[in-house]
Ligand binder design. Structure first.
Ligand code: SF4
Length: 223
């Protein structure tokens, strides 16, 4: 049995640095392993690890920030209000979510209690770096042709730089391994725009970004 550390497709670093643990053979095996993760303190906060989901060889991997309140309870990514809007906008441009892999840069829900609510808190750099471990495993198993970074946290995780998202959105950059990354905003940001006309314009711009995906990866088109 090969006990040498494996290397990721994303970088030259050992996949499980300092250990001889091999890359999980399947997404299901990785998902099971992630349930026990204690690589950063967020495991103490979230109800459960919310791993990505989608076809094992999806051509597109959407990467969000972290699970929200609903995702934390359901144990599935993008099932809350932002996820529902995301699904609607995908359908409107003819993208089939069932053909895409959807995950988050950070797999536990970071929050603080506010009365009866759990208020979302943005993950910090050390948490994003710790959880990149799992994103690399997902990337190594799925091998997408294109990543879509939804917001600053995902952009930081995929490109190493999460600044100036609004200037960089609608453009293709690359991971360290040369896989293209389309940068756009997180769909939750579209829900926070109070003015109806501005919200409609923001959704149209997001649809425009999704159409760039179809131009690049026509295989993701809905039947
Ligand atoms: Fe592990 Fe990621 Fe959860 Fe941190 S957020 S404990 S790295 S799965």
């Amino acid at each position: 049995m090969d006990r040498k550390p494996r290397r990721t497709l994303e970088s030259d670093m050992p996949l499980l640095e300092g250990s001889d643990v091999a890359l999980p053979r399947t997404l299901d095996a990785a998902r099971e392993a992630a349930k026990l993760c204690t690589r950063c303190p967020l495991y103490l906060l979230g109800t459960q690890t919310v791993f990505g989901e989608g076809p094992a060889k999806a051509p597109i991997m959407f990467v969000g920030e972290q699970p929200g309140d609903k995702e934390d309870i359901a144990g599935r990514p993008f099932v809350g209000p932002a996820g529902r809007l995301f699904d609607t906008l995908l359908q409107e441009v003819g993208l089939d979510r069932a053909k895409c892999y959807v995950t988050n840069a950070v797999k536990h829900f970071k929050h603080e209690p506010r009365g009866s609510f759990r208020l979302h808190k943005k993950p910090d750099t050390s948490e994003i770096e710790a959880c990149k471990w799992w994103l690399r495993i997902e990337a190594a198993l799925v091998k997408p042709k294109l990543f879509v970074a939804l917001g600053a946290t995902a952009t930081q995780s995929l490109t190493g730089n999460g600044r100036d998202i609004l200037k960089r959105r609608s453009h293709f950059e690359q991971t360290a391994d040369g896989v293209p990354v389309l940068i756009t905003v997180h769909p939750s940001s579209l829900l926070r725009i109070p003015n109806a006309r501005d919200a409609a314009a923001a959704r149209q711009m997001f649809r425009g970004d999704l159409e760039l995906i179809l131009d690049r990866v026509p295989a993701a088109k809905a039947a």
